[in-house]
Design a protein around this ligand. Structure first.
Ligand code: PMV
Length: 339
């Protein structure tokens, strides 16, 4: 009896990240390199799972999504094309040519300003590299994940607090861990005011950003702002960190809203949550807001304040529901395959 061939199949789970200083503007679209460095916190609860399996030669790469009800369905055309291109890129990196079956699932809203593409493309990168039987250092995985087109994926390859420097050449464009998750236990209460996918992609936002009259001004202020965030993380000072991250988030949206053409991600609920954050601060809670490319608001706070923050936000009329997240670790392989 011939022994059964081991299946070349791997599943990886990766978390989203929330940027404290935002990546907004690309200086190289092909290599996915940013104009400015960015710093983020990798999350723990908002996760993407991806299973990759090599198919016999001659087959075609197949991209599936698992619905909330557990059913595997063909992915929408545009998304599938992006995944296929990344699978080809990874296969070329590994020096092989193989079609694959890919299945993906996010346990949180997709395309709504919750860094689903960072989590998704990190999980895809790790799963495909695993299915190909290759090993890669985190820095190399970070470069590979970034080349998917979702630059912020470069940061989700690491746990804890991560900087993505605006590297000078392709290989320099990987994330760097500033501190591991256990160094500083920060929480992120995500106020979901609209879970639907946004109508303008981050990619389009990156392209349009330099057309804003506020763009240059933000670039000038960023070096000092990045320094404050690095220092705040090093000394675990939320009162130092908070005002800077809130300012940077508002400025990203100021740039977006004044780009030619303007992009409005905010909704009424976005403003209601920002106002609630200010009120909670007046009452003595240390809570600061940040917003990615979407209407939903991330509230960064200490574990001791988190239950009060979550309860207050949940009670707001415009808030659909809250996701209670916190700082988390790097991607990992997992035995629970999606097929
Ligand atoms: O990585 P992208 O292309 O999805 O862009 C991410 C943009 C922001 O989420 C708004 C900011 C960031 O640094 O994550």
């Amino acid at each position: 009896m011939t022994p059964k061939r081991r299946k070349a199949k791997a599943t990886a789970v990766a978390a989203a990240n929330i940027a404290f200083i935002k990546y907004w503007g690309m200086r190289d679209e092909e290599l996915v390199l940013p104009v400015n460095p960015s710093i983020s916190m990798t999350l723990d609860a908002c996760k993407s799972r991806c299973t990759a399996e090599l198919l016999p030669g001659g087959a075609e790469t197949e991209v599936l999504l698992r619905s909330t009800y557990g059913k595997l369905e063909p992915a929408p055309e545009r998304f599938a094309r992006g995944v296929e291109a990344h699978v080809e890129r990874l296969a070329a990196w590994a020096g092989v040519s193989s079609p694959m079956r890919i299945a993906a699932h996010n346990n949180f809203p997709t395309g709504a300003g919750l860094a689903s593409s960072a989590a998704g493309f990190t999980a895809l990168t790790v799963a495909v590299v695993g299915a190909l039987g290759k090993k890669a250092e985190p820095t190399e995985l970070s470069v590979l994940a970034r080349l998917s087109g979702s630059g912020s994926a470069a940061r989700s390859v690491f746990g804890g607090y991560v900087e993505w420097p605006a590297g000078e050449h392709e290989d320099a464009g990987h994330g760097v861990q500033l501190a591991p998750p256990e160094y500083w236990d920060l929480c992120n209460v995500v106020a979901i005011v609209d879970p639907r996918p946004k109508s303008v992609s981050s990619r389009e936002g990156h392209r349009l950003a330099p057309t804003s009259p506020y763009w240059e001004r933000r670039q000038e202020e960023l070096p000092a702002r990045l320094d404050v965030v690095r220092r705040a993380i090093a000394v675990r000072d939320l009162e130092l960190l908070g005002p800077v991250i809130e300012k940077d988030a508002v400025e990203l949206h100021l740039v977006a809203m004044s780009s030619e053409r303007p992009i409005f991600y905010w909704q009424a609920g976005t403003l209601a949550v920002l106002e609630a954050a200010r009120r909670m601060r007046d009452e003595g809670l240390q809570v600061y807001a940040t917003i990615d490319a979407g209407p939903n608001v991330h509230l960064i706070c200490r574990p001791e304040d988190e239950p009060a923050v979550a309860a207050r936000v949940r009670s707001l009329e415009h808030v659909d529901y809250v996701i209670r997240d916190r700082v988390g670790g790097p991607p990992a392989f997992d035995d629970r395959h999606l097929f």
